[in-house]
Design a protein around this ligand. Structure first.
Ligand SMILES: O=P(O)(O)OC[C@H]1O[C@](O)(CO)[C@@H](O)[C@@H]1O
Length: 430
């Protein structure tokens, strides 16, 4: 992973070389804290040792029982789905990967109607084992398989914590079960059983993913000038301190679109604390040059743009053409066009004084993806240290869970009562 901070210098908001030099002293202290937490396997910091502590053999032992399925259906939500989805949607495989990470009845029914259930592995993932969406979806999937005459106990892999509903289910039915790593919040678990079972089932090189994570781990140092992940974390923090409260993450590769969704949870759930944080906006290059770029360039000076790309791409030539004004495209390639648009967007933001950071990976393969995931996790941890927030908890998400549970009769929660007190000012359509 390579990071270029050049287009965040003297922008609005912006950094200076002096800012970064001063910040580097705080980065050194933050790194010492991070390194100590890693060494002591402390809650949260343990995530940054996963490239060394994850056990690919245990993952393969569980997944090899399912002989080359046609499809893998992951039932999970948030960090229990997004890491695996990032890898599955970035890498090509003849084993299709699907994700049920919402409880939209139309979407669930439509997917289940299309799946070859007898040739599908159901990968149900929940660290807590109590997440309503995941357990509700699993119950629907299980009933659908039963009605189709498919023995769900032969098609189900469980990844969960030491106790809870899914652990009990796995024990009761002798299901293959993987352990969610201790001390790792879900959004930091991509480089573990949680994120690697799907790519293993798809035939991808999960050892290479972990090797990429080790590449990122080896880069950790006491200076942002020697560690790309820390450069990104420190620059995004310092820009937020100066008013860049939105971070528009804009990968110039369709294969990295889900990565932006994974990043959004990592960034928002880790850093949105005590009135602080930086809103991750998901964008895609070049598509959003014809959409959100107008706001990024000419809207309020309250954001930065993270431009992400692989430096090696597959090539698709653009045929010669005599179309009026488009002859210049002929003989070029789609990759050349996409890279030209990346660099043009980067320059257009700089010309408008909008801070933008360049993040590059060598190519979209297992090792580079492992390094990118690890790098952004380390960047997030560093940002949290600099901002002095509780990076590894997510208390604010619990209120809504209790309200929804109370509305469904799952307990007596004052949060559910508050729903009834909703203020109304309706304007009804015809
Ligand atoms: O793996 P679990 O326990 O089902 O949690 C799923 C997701 O829900 C959250 O706990 C938030 O509610 C996320 O942090 C987590 O990734």
């Amino acid at each position: 992973m390579h990071v270029d901070l050049g287009n965040a210098l003297d922008t609005t908001p912006g950094l200076t070389a002096e800012t970064l030099e001063r910040l580097d002293d705080r980065v050194a202290d933050a790194h010492d804290r991070i390194a100590a937490g890693m060494a002591d396997d402390e809650f949260g910091y343990a995530a940054l040792t996963l490239p060394e502590t994850a056990d690919p053999d245990a993952i393969r032992e569980a997944t090899d029982r399912f002989d080359r399925p046609e499809a893998v259906l992951t039932v999970g939500i948030g960090g229990s789905a997004l890491g695996a989805a990032t890898l599955a949607n970035a890498l090509e495989s003849d084993v299709d990967a699907y994700f049920l990470d919402n409880v939209d009845p139309d979407a669930v029914r439509s997917l289940l109607d299309d799946l070859p259930l007898a040739e599908t592995v159901v990968n149900v993932v929940s660290k807590s084992g109590t997440t309503a969406e995941t357990l509700a979806n699993f119950l629907v999937v299980r009933e659908t398989m039963e009605r189709a005459g498919v023995d769900w106990t032969e098609r189900t892999l469980v990844t969960t914590g030491e106790a809870g509903n899914l652990r009990a289910l796995a024990d009761a039915h002798d299901l293959p079960a993987l352990d969610v790593p201790d001390g790792v919040p879900g959004r930091f678990s991509a480089l573990s059983t949680v994120g690697l079972a799907v790519p293993a089932l798809q035939g991808h090189d999960i050892e290479a993913v972990l090797a990429g994570g080790r590449d990122g781990m080896a880069d950790l140092s006491g200076s942002l000038f020697e560690t790309p992940a820390y450069a990104y974390g420190a620059a995004t923090y310092a820009l937020a301190e100066r008013g860049a409260l939105t971070n528009a993450v804009m990968p110039y590769a369709e294969s990295l679109e889900t990565f932006a969704e994974w990043f959004a949870q990592l960034w928002a759930e880790s850093l949105g604390k005590d009135g602080l944080g930086q809103t991750p906006a998901r964008a895609l290059g070049a598509t959003d040059q014809h959409s959100q770029l107008q706001l990024y360039r000419a809207g309020p000076p309250d954001k930065l743009v993270s431009l992400i790309r692989p430096t090696e791409r597959a090539e698709t030539a653009i045929p010669e053409t005599d179309l009026d004004g488009l002859a210049y495209l002929g003989g070029s390639s789609l990759g050349d066009l996409l890279d030209a648009e990346f660099e043009a967007t980067e320059a257009s933001l700089a010309a408008a004084d909008v801070p933008n950071l360049r993040v590059e990976i060598d190519r979209v393969d297992e090792r580079s993806l492992g390094e990118l995931l690890y790098g952004m996790e380390a960047a997030c941890v560093l940002y949290g240290e600099l901002a002095s927030v509780s990076t590894f908890t997510q208390p604010a998400v619990e209120w809504g869970k209790k309200a929804a549970r109370g509305l469904l009769g799952g307990g007596d929660f004052p949060e559910a009562d508050a729903v009834a007190d909703k203020r109304e000012l309706r304007i009804d359509g015809s």
